[in-house]
Design a protein around this ligand. Structure first.
Ligand SMILES: [Zn+2]
Length: 357
């Protein structure tokens, strides 16, 4: 590989957030960790909200004080929620029949379709995944990487984002690493306070736990591709740190260095994470246009990108959108399709089943 590729600055993790709250004690009043979570692990199971019977996919399970919880995604909006497992049913409420679902119904949801679309071949070494909106949007998407760093964060940049509009909250995706978060507790708290004050709407994207980066290795042996990497822990570790702090991980992942291979992409698929690339890495002089996923580092290790980001903010040429708005929401199976009579394969035989919404 070329030296220029090796010279890429990649030091800030970006985080994506989901908007729903974790059902744990508030973290707003102090900096102590509010929650010890146990047995955090990937899971994949359809379930339904008890209140309204809406479909969710639980993608993580864990426990707090022995009480089981899910991290669940709405497969139509891509929004995630952390909630006690008792908030969900594992079968639909059905006027008749057992309330089963079909594999086809789940696979046809917009979230699962996007997950499969962005985790299939070809597996390219850098910038695999969604790089821009797949639906027309009149604006752009901030994806801000927060790789490990010994410097303070880009406070002025985040403040400029927070104050961009007097009337509207500014949506951003922050691609977070566990290492940055743990070493910058106070700054992380400042970010979350901006969200609680309705200045920022943060989507926490998964930028790995430790974000290993050797300055002298080829991409093929670097970042998540480096030897002895515990892929599952790199993915789960940062999510666990977010949930401890009352934040909700999203279904998006930005690989460190944007460097992946088949093994990493398949791991993202198994963990329900949609990989994010970028078509507007500002420090590389890539120009944003409507629909762009703008990549900038918020950890003070890529000042050239921040300079351009501030110019973009000053020019007020773009509106900003949250990541879920980048993905097509149309699906073969609509949200109310449960009211239709569908054919379901149950215990080896096909039979007609009524599947109420
Ligand atoms: Zn990074």
């Amino acid at each position: 590989m070329s030296l220029s590729r090796l010279a890429t600055t990649e030091n800030i993790p970006a985080a994506a957030t989901a908007t729903s709250a974790v059902a744990t004690a508030s973290f707003a009043s102090d900096l102590k960790l509010p929650t010890i979570i146990n047995d955090y692990q990937p899971i994949w199971t359809p379930c339904f909200t008890k209140n309204y019977g809406d479909l969710r996919l639980a993608i993580r399970s864990y426990s707090i004080d022995g009480k089981p919880y899910y991290l669940a995604v709405d497969p139509y909006t891509f929004q995630t929620t952390c909630a006690p497992m008792t908030n969900f049913s594992h079968r639909r409420k059905a006027e008749q029949g057992p309330g089963y679902y079909t594999h086809e119904e789940i696979e046809a949801t917009p979230y699962v379709q996007a997950l499969n679309r962005y985790t299939r071949e070809p597996y390219i070494l850098q910038n695999h995944g969604a790089t821009h909106a797949e639906v027309p949007v009149d604006g752009v998407f901030w994806t801000i990487d927060m790789c490990p760093s010994v410097k303070p964060f880009e406070k002025d940049f985040f403040q400029a984002l927070a104050s961009y509009s007097f009337t509207e909250v500014t949506p951003i995706a922050v691609c977070m690493t566990g290492a940055w978060l743990i070493e910058h507790e106070k700054e992380f708290h400042e970010l979350t306070e901006q969200a609680r004050n309705k200045k920022l709407a943060i989507t926490w994207a998964n930028h790995s736990f430790s974000h290993v980066y050797y300055t002298n290795l080829e991409f093929e042996m670097n970042f998540l591709l480096s030897e002895r990497t515990n892929l599952s822990e790199e993915i789960l570790g940062v999510e666990r740190e977010l949930i401890k702090r009352n934040e909700t991980p999203s279904v998006f992942a930005r690989a460190p260095g944007l460097v992946t291979n088949k093994t990493v992409i398949e791991a993202y698929n198994r963990h329900g994470l949609i990989p994010l690339g970028s078509n507007a890495w500002l420090a590389k002089d890539e120009k944003p246009e409507n629909g762009s996923f703008i990549l900038v580092h918020g950890n003070s290790n890529e000042p050239a990108g921040i300079k351009k980001a501030m110019e973009i903010l000053k020019s007020r040429q773009f509106r900003f959108f949250s990541l879920p708005e980048a993905f097509a929401k149309t699906a073969e199976t609509k949200k109310d399709a449960g009211k239709k009579e569908v054919s379901a394969t149950i215990e080896g035989g096909t039979q007609k089943t009524i599947t109420p919404s």
